[in-house]
Design a protein. Structure first.
Length: 159
């Protein structure tokens, strides 16, 4: 079965098509499970890889899109969300809320509607790459298009 026919990958392609038919999923021969793997597979800088990280607070879940060469700051997230209790979501919650398993969590096409914050340091790249529902699938997008397609807020969320 082609990776493009897998349900999570089809969900990403639908979200891309709804935004811009020119955006396509790239199937890689090698894994893009981690930012470093993806950068090696794409021959690009690690920072141009979008890490999609799900966090939880006592009230809700939210997704942070962070450059592959940066770490998300829990302290900054606590200030931004005005919540003292912020932590990484469990792998089970990631699957339930996004519809993706870790290693293929896409910035788009989620099962549930999520608040999304984008690390402003991603804007240093002309093109950035997000996971597309499977560890061997990614899509290429500009920073401005990422903000629009995810209806997200730009934030300083890195350490």
């Amino acid at each position: 079965m082609s990776l493009l026919n897998k349900e999570p990958v089809k969900r990403v392609q639908k979200a891309l098509n709804d935004y811009n038919n020119d955006l396509k999923i790239i199937v890689l021969e090698t894994s893009a499970r981690t930012a470093l793997d993806a950068a090696n597979s794409l021959n690009c800088e690690v920072g141009a890889i979008i890490k999609s990280l799900l966090f939880r607070s006592e009230k809700s879940f939210f997704l942070c899109l962070v450059a592959g060469d940066k770490k998300c700051s829990l302290n900054k997230l606590k200030k931004i969300t005005n919540n003292k209790d912020v932590s990484m979501a469990s792998p089970e919650d990631v699957k339930k809320k996004t519809g993706y398993t870790i290693g293929g969590v896409s910035p788009i096409g989620h099962e549930d509607s999520l608040e999304i914050m984008v690390d402003i340091s991603l804007n240093r790249f002309k093109s950035i790459y997000g996971a597309a529902g499977h560890p061997n699938c990614v899509f290429k997008i500009s920073f401005d298009d990422l903000i629009k397609i995810t209806k997200s807020k730009q934030e300083d969320i890195i350490e």
